[in-house]
Design a protein around this ligand. Structure first.
Ligand code: ZN
Ligand code: MN
Length: 135
């Protein structure tokens, strides 16, 4: 069982603490600019560079998870345990789901690629229910 990391294990500066709290309070996987907007309301005067550096620190400390996309801005996740995501190509909404079969998929992928499996993360791209209803 992996030990869960808590903010109390780390001495966070007020800036890092503000950025961490913003991510913890949100369920919507914000981008760095979303986090910057919200962090400014908590800590007026915080710069984008500080937010960006704080995100890097929190990620390296294992307190937040970064979901990176080749072609668009990274999204940040308060949930650091393994889970899967679905992203809407229309509005950018990113939601969580957990596919228990992912473990078997990973084993099958490891066999085919002859890689030693370490992790698997599925991202379903498509159109979310709200956008589907709107069209
Ligand atoms: Zn959508
Ligand atoms: Mn997530």
């Amino acid at each position: 069982m992996k030990e869960t990391k808590k903010a109390s294990d780390h001495k966070l500066t007020p800036q890092r603490e503000a950025v961490f709290q913003v991510i913890r309070e949100r369920e919507d996987h914000p981008t760095a600019s979303d986090i910057f907007e919200a962090a400014r309301r908590r800590l007026p005067g915080i710069s984008y560079a500080t937010v960006y550096n704080s995100l890097r620190y929190l990620k390296e400390a294992g307190l937040v998870h970064e979901i990176s996309f080749g072609d668009s801005a990274s999204r940040y996740d308060r949930e650091t345990e393994r889970h899967d995501h679905a992203i809407c190509d229309c509005c950018g909404k990113l939601v969580d789901f957990d596919l228990p079969e992912a473990a078997q998929l990973m084993q099958a992928a490891a066999r085919k690629s002859r890689f030693k499996a370490q992790s698997v993360h599925l991202t379903l791209r498509g159109i979310c229910p709200d956008c589907r209803d709107a069209s």
